[in-house]
Design a protein around this ligand. Structure first.
Ligand code: BEZ
Length: 244
């Protein structure tokens, strides 16, 4: 029989923003100069993400992937900001090594131009709950915070040290959040632009009868709680896509 792991850790009082909270404020040195977060990003979506350490292989593949998708995120008004508890000189040396020496899949000569935060003090990582002592007490786990243009945390994703993230999924998250905001809908499992959407978002419906009988044109209700409508990909894209 598999034994359950019993907790021996002393409870700690680490803070962690939750979905719907304002993103904790900080000022930090980065590979692109000082940033004031989230104020410098007002009016833009931003993905703040942590990685365990510079000069490690999984992180290297993640940075190359994220950097090669930076324009895809920028097209949806979304900036990227990375963080690890390494210092600025380590960050600079690692990013230079990635550009000069590392090939991964079809990527090489990859330049990381988004800011990478120096968080040797662990101040930011602690504020954002990125240190999970059960996993590692001296490295940040792979945390992702998707923050909206008002500086509100809208999605949080955590991965352990050994597991590289799926960046297509993070772009899908950005598009889905922006679509939900723009069209006042919710997005079903595995939604991608062009798929049917859920109307209205769960929790804001009228009575069952009202919903079934009064559904607006184009809305299909298969039950009182389950109404969908078409939302063509070109309509979604022309609304949420802000760049080329
Ligand atoms: C990595 O990025 O390869 C890695 C970092 C910390 C622990 C394990 C793997």
């Amino acid at each position: 029989m598999t034994a359950i792991v019993e907790s021996t850790a002393t409870p700690t009082t680490t803070s962690m923003p939750r979905i719907g909270d304002p993103a904790p404020v900080f000022t930090a040195q980065t590979t692109q100069g000082e940033i004031h977060f989230p104020g410098d990003y007002a009016g833009r979506w931003v993905i703040l993400f942590s990685h365990p350490a510079d000069f490690t292989p999984v992180c290297t593949t993640e940075f190359m992937t994220f950097a090669s998708m930076e324009d895809d995120f920028a097209a949806y008004n979304t900036a990227l900001v990375g963080l690890s508890v390494d210092g600025l000189y380590s960050h600079i040396a690692w990013l230079r090594t990635i550009k000069d020496r590392i090939e991964f899949r079809d990527m090489k000569d990859v330049e990381v131009t988004f800011p990478l935060i120096d968080d040797v003090s662990m101040e930011v990582a602690t504020k954002y709950g990125m240190i999970m002592p059960g996993e590692d007490s001296t490295k940040a786990v792979r945390a992702v915070f998707v923050i909206d243009p008002r500086g509100v945390v809208r999605t949080i994703v955590y991965y352990p040290l050994s597991l590289g993230r799926n960046f297509d999924e993070l772009l899908r998250v950005v598009k889905a959040l922006q679509t939900a905001d723009a069209f006042d809908v919710a997005t079903p499992a595995d939604w991608r632009p062009g798929d049917r959407v859920i109307v209205p978002p769960a929790g804001s419906c009228g009575t069952a009868k009202e919903r079934m009988e009064g559904a607006e044109e184009g809305v299909e209700c298969v039950d009182w709680f389950f109404c969908t409508k078409e939302l063509p990909a070109d309509v979604v894209e022309s609304t949420i896509r802000t760049g080329s």
